[in-house]
Design a protein around this ligand. Structure first.
Ligand code: SAM
Length: 289
């Protein structure tokens, strides 16, 4: 049978099951086989590895994952898609379709149940764009034992994830992603690769999990609180944003910490590297600010 990721087969499946797209669930299905090849290749799957897919839709990517990985779990929120997935994935005995909201699923338990004994797990997905950031943050912050994340996201979001200090794209998402992973842009994807075509361009990005975080900090939570504080109002200087964080009455001590770290208080958060943020977070903690 033809691959699902073609306009004709996808149309056939949709017609056969009387399926209608829900924009509110970010339903734009991939119909370009070449893009699927790039996604699967970037994940580096093999028969001893596992793959977690978020939002399988009508199974275009799931089918490819079933062919390349040893075990696949696919979490889909839309109950109308569950019988369709059972039908189209019937030839594969290594796929478990889970009907759930990925943001409410116990992913650690899923890992134990589905991926115990595998040689590494990739998260591979064409993400629903309305929840991209919460999904990525959840995957990163839960410290799940995953090897890499290869996802289709809105092009601007991919650019933010991979951004270096100094530009308008660099912010809390860049720092969170780069703290845990090394990002690599795989390809830009035009809207014509999807059915229906979205209004925005997309990109595939690979986030390779680092063996240890990019910088060493004593208190991770505090590090990210400082990062968020520095970006509270993008146009404000570090001095002003951080004064709101430590309390105006301690502005003098804040100035001393910044000076001790060799960071000009007139700089903006968007110019600081992950290392400088680490230095700053440690300095503030030492001064009990
Ligand atoms: N993987 C398919 C493909 O590439 O053709 C479909 C991708 S489509 C962009 C996103 C999918 O995520 C849809 O099937 C949608 O129903 C599902 N979805 C949306 N929100 C979800 C959530 N919170 N948890 C799990 N799946 C979700």
């Amino acid at each position: 049978m033809a691959d699902i990721a073609t306009p004709t087969r996808t149309k056939d499946i949709i017609r056969k099951h009387g399926f209608t797209f829900k924009k509110s669930l970010g339903q734009n299905f991939l119909i370009d086989k070449n893009i699927l090849d790039k996604i699967v290749e970037a994940a580096g799957l093999s028969a001893s590895k596992g793959a977690l897919e978020i939002g399988p839709g009508v199974g275009a990517l799931t089918e490819r994952l079933a062919q390349e990985a040893g075990r696949v779990a696919a979490i889909e929120i839309d109950n109308r898609l569950i019988p369709i997935l059972k039908d189209v994935l019937a030839p594969y005995d290594n796929v478990a379709v889970v009907h759930a909201d990925v943001l409410k699923t116990d992913l650690r338990l899923l890992w134990q149940e589905r991926f115990a004994g595998t040689d590494g797990v990739s998260v591979v997905a064409n993400l629903p764009y309305y929840v991209t950031t919460p999904i990525i943050m959840r995957l990163l912050e839960e410290h799940l034992p995953l090897e890499n994340i290869v996802v289709m996201v809105q092009k601007e979001v991919a650019e933010r994830m991979a951004a270096k200090p100094g530009g308008k794209d660099y912010g809390t998402l860049s720092i969170a992603v780069q703290y845990y992973c090394e990002p690599e842009l795989v390809c830009i994807v035009p809207s014509g690769a999807f059915m229906p075509a979205p209004n925005v361009d997309s990109a595939v990005i690979k986030l390779a999990r680092r063996p240890a975080p990019a910088v060493s900090v004593t208190d991770e939570e505090r590090y990210f609180r400082v990062v968020h504080a520095a970006f509270a109002q993008r146009r404000k200087t570090l001095n002003n944003n951080l004064a709101a964080f430590v309390g105006k009455e301690r502005k003098g001590e804040l100035g001393a910490v910044l000076e001790g770290c060799g960071i000009d208080p007139a700089r903006r958060g968007e110019t600081l590297s992950l290392q400088e943020f680490a230095l700053l977070a440690e300095g503030l903690a030492k001064a009990e600010l």
